[in-house]
Design a protein around this ligand. Structure first.
Ligand code: PLP
Length: 283
């Protein structure tokens, strides 16, 4: 496959990143995952705006290609013959000696790759997922989309070892988010509940769009933390992310949500979101 690295399109097997890259030695990097459907990106401006926020929050300089990122993303899809799939975009601060506070010499590292995937045909989207709960042991700036993903990798591996497909994190206030998604609950009155934005969770681009589509469709929305105990009485639960789109959550820690099937509200929001990404969400 072809990737984009520091100004050039190269074959992945020919790409070279320095061992002195601070993304490697210090995890000093941020990233985005934006999906394309039939050659068009979904909410690319929101993903690029969040990239800018993540870079600024970490004190990483914007890559010199910043103004062209959208067109580079498009060209990368075309070079790889991908019509529906994801673009992964990572920026690290660049190279320096192995010293915590050294300033990087030269440019920030920019790497972009693409993977074909049909998001509306995944088992998670079609059938739903089973999840487990784990205490959220991550740092207190989960609003920054950093590449320091070890807690998420461990949580997802642990989920697989326990026979489920993902982990939802909780803190003292309730559910924070999934290991790579935002969490919504539908209560007995049909109200959509999701945790309000703060430093304790990522502002998902899909979360934002779902809230807007749900509001337009007349749903009542209550942005407040979801208590773990509420999952036992919830009518429905689902997670959102660029790659999950909207995925029904069927059980938590082995206990079914309602009847253990994808709910009506979840199916409706899947439908609205798919119509959105097939139409006006494109860029
Ligand atoms: N929360 C976390 C921790 C994530 O890693 C992600 C996406 O990967 C999300 C939420 C969902 O964000 P988005 O909808 O922008 O993909």
């Amino acid at each position: 496959s072809i990737i984009f690295l520091n100004g050039a399109y190269v074959r992945a097997e020919d790409a070279r990143i320095s061992p002195f890259d601070r993304g490697f030695t210090f995890g000093e990097g941020v990233y985005e995952v934006c999906i394309a459907v039939n050659g068009n990106f979904v909410d690319a401006p929101a993903h690029l705006a969040r990239l800018d926020r993540s870079l600024a929050a970490c004190g990483i300089a914007a890559p010199p290609e910043r103004a062209e990122l959208h067109s580079i993303m498009k060209e990368l899809l075309q070079k790889n013959d991908v019509r529906t799939g994801l673009v992964y975009l990572q920026v690290t601060s660049g190279m320096s000696s192995r010293n915590f506070t050294a300033c990087p010499e030269g440019r920030p590292t920019l790497m972009m790759l693409t993977q074909a995937s049909d998001f509306e045909q995944t088992p998670a989207f079609r059938d739903g997922i089973h999840v487990q709960l784990q205490e959220d042991i991550r740092w207190l700036h989960r609003d920054i989309k950093t590449t320091m993903l070890l807690p998420q990798v461990m949580a997802k591996r642990n989920a697989l070892a326990n026979g489920v497909s993902d982990t939802l994190f909780y803190d003292a206030l309730g559910i924070t988010e999934g290991a790579s998604s935002n969490v919504f609950l539908v209560d007995g009155h049909g109200t959509l509940v999701t945790r309000p934005l703060s430093n304790l969770l990522l502002a998902g681009c899909t979360r934002e769009r779902i809230l807007e589509l749900a509001q337009e469709a007349g749903f009542v929305i209550d942005e407040r933390p979801i208590q773990r105990a509420e999952l036992a009485t919830a009518a429905e639960c689902f997670v959102t992310s660029a790659t999950y789109l909207v995925a029904p959550v069927l059980s938590v820690d082995g206990r079914a949500i309602a009847d253990g099937k994808a709910g009506q509200v979840t199916r409706r929001l899947q439908h609205l979101y798919c119509a959105y990404i097939a139409g006006e969400g494109r860029a």
